[in-house]
Design a protein around this ligand. Structure first.
Ligand SMILES: *Cc1c(COP(=O)(O)O)cnc(C)c1O
Length: 417
């Protein structure tokens, strides 16, 4: 057996909320003007109460609304696959499992939160959402979700991606969204995620029919992603495993990592590992302090590892990992020592991605290549020690719209940042 599937009625019906189980409570977000802790009312111009309540909830479990489950069932539960061909190629005694989030309509884990975010906004009368997108993964996911709930969606896309990566823009437009390059007021700037967040927040704050939607970082986003780890736990049991020894995921804002890792957080036997690019080393080289979520300084200040809100990361192919900050929950776990963090240069991650493609067949997203690199290195360490570790990693998305990056790697044009 290499593939462990759950039936559609085994989809989780509640999200796991990590907040009450954190060893150290999160410090509160602060108002950008007064620097005082913010309350729910400060967030209502941008978010619906349903999501604000989840952002601050101390309930251990939060029920998933039926209308959300009906849409998640289009692709969930996702497969858990044992990568036996990769194991054999590496000659490792480790058992490597990956959770395949690439099977969603948008091709990544991101619709897991896009769908509930659209649902709660619609339920509170919003007819339009605004957001930012880097390489286009999040914009694609939110476009899909808005279409499901008959809402308008406006996406501010980082200009360099808008110009160089047309295919995700076409998917967003196919799903009915309006896509514009960001920053809107400076056509000479290549843009950044932080600048695009500023554009999208400004738009939503100025209109009564619109809210803003963020694809990562926030507590409610990680909450929605816990379906990944909850399913994986059941599937590992089907595979006869008691627990994973190590859980690995790429980390941009922390949502796919939180999604797969948080359900294992209270088991001290399970190591949790974040993998980030060496060119945007938020967890491994950033400072833990309060910083803005955007570049201009309009969002609340959050306690997190950050490279500074004006940090301009170099353009690497893993666009989804180019964010100056990180999720407060993930930052908390790293700071308290519950989670490890590591960074790789992109050449090493593409090498791993190509190894994966040549053994397991699937072509991963450049972001996912970071998790694969760490999983392979963990498996190679087991080869040295002879340990039969159980390695679980999140296959956060496919790379079929990132082929120009593979072209660069295969033809020695990749800059090894
Ligand atoms: C967006 C994205 C990531 C990084 O975002 P997180 O919020 O850290 O999960 C990783 N992999 C893929 C495929 C993505 O689209």
């Amino acid at each position: 057996m290499i593939r462990f599937d759950l039936t559609t009625d085994q989809i989780p019906t509640a999200w796991y909320n990590a907040l009450p189980d954190l060893a150290e409570p999160l410090q509160p977000p602060l108002h950008p003007g007064t620097r005082e802790p913010i309350g729910p009312d400060d967030l209502t111009p941008l978010f619906p109460m349903g999501l604000i309540a989840q952002e601050m909830s101390t309930d251990a479990w939060i029920d998933i609304p039926g209308e959300v489950l009906d849409i998640l069932r289009l692709w969930r539960p996702t497969p858990l696959v044992r990568a036996t061909r990769l194991e054999k190629y590496l000659g490792t005694p480790a058992r490597i499992y990956f959770k395949d989030e690439s099977v969603s309509p948008a091709g990544s884990h991101k619709p897991n939160t896009a769908v509930p975010q659209a649902f709660y906004n619609k339920a509170e009368g919003m007819t339009r959402l605004t957001t930012e997108t880097g390489a286009g993964q999040w914009g694609t996911a939110l476009s899909f979700a808005c279409r499901q709930f008959d809402m308008e969606c406006k996406v501010y896309m980082v200009r360099s991606s808008y110009e160089q990566k047309p295919y995700r823009k076409i998917i967003m437009e196919t799903w009915g969204s309006e896509v514009v390059p960001s920053p809107v007021d400076d056509p000479s700037s290549p843009g950044s995620l932080g600048l695009a967040i500023s554009d999208a927040v400004r738009d939503a704050a100025g209109r009564d029919d619109s809210h803003y939607s963020l694809g990562s970082v926030l507590n409610h986003v990680l909450l929605h992603q816990t379906v990944i780890g909850l399913e994986a736990r059941e599937q590992l049991a089907l595979a006869g495993e008691t627990r994973p020894d190590v859980v690995i995921a790429s980390c941009g804002g922390g949502s796919n990592l939180g999604g797969i890792a948080l359900p294992f957080m209270t088991d001290p036997e399970v190591r949790l590992v974040a993998v980030e690019p060496a060119s945007c080393p938020t967890l491994t080289e950033g400072r833990f302090e309060y910083d803005f979520g955007d570049s201009v300084g309009m969002t609340p200040l959050m306690p997190m590892y950050t490279l500074g809100h004006d940090f301009m990361p170099p353009t690497i192919h893993a666009g989804g990992l180019r964010y100056h900050g990180d999720s407060p929950i993930i930052s908390n776990l790293v700071q308290t020592g519950r989670m490890e963090a590591m960074a790789y240069q992109q050449g090493k991650t593409f090498e791993a991605a190509v190894t994966f493609a040549n053994t397991e067949g699937k072509i991963p997203a450049p972001e996912t290549g970071h998790a694969i690199r760490a999983a392979i290195d963990e498996a190679l360490a087991c080869k040295e020690t002879g340990e039969e570790k159980v390695i679980l990693f999140n296959y956060s998305g496919h790379g079929l719209l990132d082929l120009a990056a593979y072209d660069d790697y295969l033809h020695d044009r990749l800059i090894d940042a």
